[in-house]
Ligand binder design. Structure first.
Ligand SMILES: *[C@@H]1O[C@H](CO)[C@@H](O)[C@H](O)[C@H]1NC(C)=O
Ligand SMILES: *[C@@H]1O[C@H](CO)[C@@H](O)[C@H](O)[C@H]1NC(C)=O
Length: 456
């Protein structure tokens, strides 16, 4: 398919709604606007899913469940990709598979329309469209905010059927009944259908101002047989498909999360466009199945580099293997050839001090008797080494989770045949890192940092 290059100028900045006085004073090297949205962890006090009576171990067990659900979803995508490349083709965003509610870790608060209406969006890694439930909505679940009403937004415009109908997605890729529509299937089998339209998004800027940005392609859902338990009002896909919200915002983004265990941590953030934070070390990145693959070369525990043949992490001809960074998965999953040496090393360090135990629902996890906060403090840092000298470093709280009152477990699981031997660097491992994605340049930037320091 051949599209005019001008379809998506990197950023169409409509107008400045408000800017603080500090921004007005910085005149010399003007920085590109940093379009940010706070990332809200599902279990944090900022989330409508927050339940003050949940214990840490309940939340961690739920995190494991959520992580598994997300991995199953990825697995399903991989199977679908093998059976039908078209369904998950990087260029097609209007037909696709999306994570169900159980597989989601973060929410983003983005305002849409004019006047802007705040929306709480599930952040999905793997799909690429930004969509919200719109009024009227057929079969849609109750949600915390009112359904978005396109008739009340002066910036809403239906996507013209005459141009670029490739975006419009019934299965033939054409407009149906004169309307450009999309349809997506959740992993759990339910579907969401709606219209493709143009709209204005309102982002926060780091100086506490707001910046409206026009996007040509977003989804306004009118039918959703999706989850019944729903606080969120839509979904923000972070995939890199051709018409994705990311590509429309310049093909660059970055995210930073701090301690996922700290329910009050408020500096988790997502930045889009030219203002994305590209700092620290850089490693080559490739997109495949709308996921962000990097070259994992080895793993160290403390000073010791484990004896792992780097070829175990290589992506194969059928798309099996390889390693990708995925903020939607919680646990880290490592191909057996890398997992086994890591597990043996952890066992050899801990067996002399702590008693092994099993976490009953999941006997395959490596678990001990004790407390992460007492018995595992001082565990050597575990580093994942990526091509060109980029590391992701896991401290104790990224390596271990308290799964029961007296049972901490290693938050790393082995990959397997069903998962096509992929390695997934999950969000526990990404804690305290800023990760920047430059899609067109094929680069990922990684910096270990307290996200609070990025907000100035
Ligand atoms: C989302 O942002 C709006 C406007 O900034 C705010 O009023 C609302 O409380 C936020 N919602 C959440 C869940 O943070
Ligand atoms: C996964 O790796 C195992 C060896 O550990 C191999 O036997 C199997 O064929 C691999 N599966 C895929 C789908 O590549």
């Amino acid at each position: 398919m051949n599209l005019p290059g001008s379809l998506f100028p990197p950023l169409l900045i409509a107008q400045f709604v408000s800017l603080s006085s500090t921004a007005a004073r910085t005149t010399f090297a003007p920085k590109p606007p940093r379009l940010t949205t706070k990332l809200i962890h599902r279990n944090s006090i900022f989330s409508p899913y927050y339940n003050p009576s949940s214990t840490v171990r309940e939340l961690n067990q739920e995190a494991l469940h959520r992580s598994r659900a997300h991995v199953q979803y990825i697995q399903e995508r991989m199977t679908a990709a093998r059976m039908n490349g078209g369904l998950l083709n990087n260029d097609v965003l209007s037909l696709g598979l999306i994570a169900d509610n159980a597989g989601i870790s973060f929410l983003a608060n983005v305002s849409i329309g004019q006047p802007p209406v705040p929306q709480l969006l599930n952040v999905d890694t793997g799909s690429s469209l930004l969509w919200v439930r719109c009024k009227p909505c057929n079969g849609c679940p109750r949600q915390a905010v009112a359904f978005f009403d396109p008739s009340k937004s002066s910036t809403y415009a239906a996507f013209p059927c005459t141009s670029w109908s490739q975006i419009c997605g019934d299965s033939s890729g054409t407009c149906s009944l004169g309307k450009c529509t999309f349809s997506m299937r959740y992993f759990d089998g339910t579907v969401v259908l709606g219209d493709i339209a143009s709209e204005q998004l309102l982002f926060e800027t780091t100086d506490e101002g707001n910046l409206p940005v026009h996007i040509k392609v977003f989804g306004c859902a009118n039918t959703n047989t999706g989850p019944t338990d729903s606080q969120e009002s839509g979904l923000l896909g972070l995939g890199p498909a051709k018409f994705s919200v990311l590509k429309q915002l310049g093909g660059k983004f970055s995210h930073c999360f701090g301690g996922i265990h700290d329910p009050k941590y408020e500096h988790n953030m997502l930045v889009f466009g030219e203002g994305a934070i590209f700092e620290g070390d850089v490693t080559p990145m490739e997109t495949y199945l709308q996921l962000y693959y990097v070259t994992l070369e080895g793993i160290s525990v403390g000073e010791e580099k484990l004896d792992i043949d780097p070829s175990v992490f290589k992506i194969g001809e059928l798309g099996e293997g390889g390693a990708f960074v995925d903020s939607g998965t919680t646990f880290t999953i490592i191909v057996k050839g890398g997992y086994d040496p890591l597990r043996e090393k952890v066992e050899s360090l801990l067996d002399q001090f702590l008693q092994r135990t099993t976490f009953q629902p999941d006997p395959q996890l490596l678990c001990y008797k004790g407390q992460v906060d007492l018995d595992l403090i001082g565990f050597p840092a575990v580093a994942f080494h990526f091509a060109q000298g980029t590391d992701i470093v896991l401290d104790t709280h990224s390596m271990f989770l308290q799964m029961k009152q007296n049972v901490p477990c290693m938050a790393v699981e082995p990959s397997n045949d069903k998962m096509m031997n992929v390695t997934v660097i999950g969000n526990l491992a990404l804690q305290f890192h800023n990760v920047g994605y430059d899609i067109d340049a094929g680069k990922m930037y990684v910096q270990r940092i307290d996200c609070q320091l990025l907000q100035s």
